[in-house]
Design a protein around this ligand. Structure first.
Ligand SMILES: NC(=O)c1ccc[n+]([C@@H]2O[C@H](COP(=O)([O-])OP(=O)(O)OC[C@H]3O[C@@H](n4cnc5c(N)ncnc54)[C@H](OP(=O)(O)O)[C@@H]3O)[C@@H](O)[C@H]2O)c1
Length: 325
């Protein structure tokens, strides 16, 4: 298999973690990195032993030695940067959420189709082995008919109004940043909800700091919460008529789970290498080597339908970003 040559764009917190895992995966190499700042790009490249660096994103799009671009920038920029990369003929792995709203996601999918390039939302939880196994157990009926999920994702953040998390111009807020994870789990198990009931609390910047959602399906109910105020235990629970599955904390990149069937407890340990991103990297390699423009595990439709759920939650709690007016 041909080595996949990566270009990393936006050299912030998550890209620092991601590059460590890229360097663990055979068949991938980091060809170049790009920042809005030349000095930052140079420093990052030296620190991580990357040969090529750029002081603008546009230069990375034009690099002929780059096959796929990883986008680790704030939410508001995902669609524009992904589309620019795809129009330059690059495959794209874009951080979650794929974009800010359904229209943006549709444009991104259109760009992948028109250019015949691979596009994946970096929803790494979908590729986590514990979550993969639990979804399979659910599908196999191991805990009977599943009818209830309870999952949250919350941690207290520093009051930094200039930071990404509370900045409305960057599409900050708890829903898009962390609420997406419990909504992902509910979607992965139950599919599209029949009804959604959401409420939220807001920071003075207008960003949501606590958003709680009840989702109703033909066969069950899910409760999801994303927040920036409380320290949650970061456990996800899936309940069925015969038992339950508890994904260990931090459940979105779980290292194991507990399965209870008819009162019998089984504990499963599935430690992940590095920071937990190797599985989504391997999925990119697999799909691209097979000339697929999307992953079957987390397809364009999956990203689109999850975004539809978040759009509806935003509509109900009244969360509109300035650039959407
Ligand atoms: N999968 C995960 O576990 C995980 C965890 C955390 C975050 N994320 C996602 O990763 C993305 C980035 O989050 P992060 O925590 O890494 O953010 P961050 O530390 O703030 O870094 C974002 C980077 O984006 C670039 N950028 C471009 N335009 C910007 C602007 N207007 N303001 C600020 N930065 C800008 C900057 O890189 P340059 O200065 O180099 O251009 C910045 O360093 C988000 O989509 C987030 O949801 C995912």
């Amino acid at each position: 298999m041909k080595t996949l040559r990566w270009g990393l764009l936006g050299l912030g917190h998550i890209t620092r973690n991601f590059i460590q895992d890229l360097q663990l995966v055979q068949g991938s190499e980091v060809a170049a990195v790009a920042s809005r700042s030349q000095a930052k790009a140079a420093e990052f490249a030296t620190e991580h032993a990357v040969d090529t660096h750029y002081g603008s994103y546009a230069e990375l799009f034009q690099d002929p030695d780059v096959d796929i671009i990883y986008i680790g920038t704030p939410h508001n920029s995902h669609a524009e940067l992904s589309i620019a990369a795809m129009n330059a003929g690059k495959h794209v792995l874009c951080e979650k959420p794929l974009a800010v709203n359904k229209t943006q996601v549709q444009h991104m999918i259109g760009a992948a189709q028109q250019n015949g390039v691979f596009l994946l939302e970096a929803l790494w939880s979908r590729f986590n082995p514990s979550i993969v196994q639990c979804l399979q157990l659910v599908q196999d009926g191991a805990i009977g008919q599943v009818n209830y999920i309870n999952a949250d994702f919350s941690f207290p953040i520093k009051e930094d109004v200039d930071g990404r998390l509370l900045n409305m111009d960057l599409a900050g807020g708890a829903l898009l940043d962390v609420g997406i994870y419990p909504l992902f789990l509910a979607y992965a198990v139950f599919g599209k909800p029949k009804e959604i009931l959401a409420t939220g609390r807001f920071h003075e910047t207008g960003a949501d700091i606590q958003t709680s959602i009840i989702l109703k399906y033909d066969n069950g109910i899910a409760q999801a919460m994303g927040g920036f105020t409380s320290k949650s235990d970061m456990v996800a629970r899936i309940y069925g008529t015969r038992g339950s599955i508890l994904l260990d904390p931090r459940w979105h990149h779980s290292q194991g789970y507990s399965l209870v069937v008819d009162g019998q407890l089984k504990k499963v340990s599935l430690p992940t290498p590095g920071n937990g991103f190797t599985y989504e990297i391997e999925e990119c390699q697999r799909c691209i080597s097979q000339n697929q423009i999307e992953s079957k595990l987390w397809s364009h439709t999956h990203s689109l339908e999850l975004m539809e759920v978040m759009d509806e939650v935003r509509r109900q709690i009244g969360l509109v970003y300035p650039f959407e007016h």
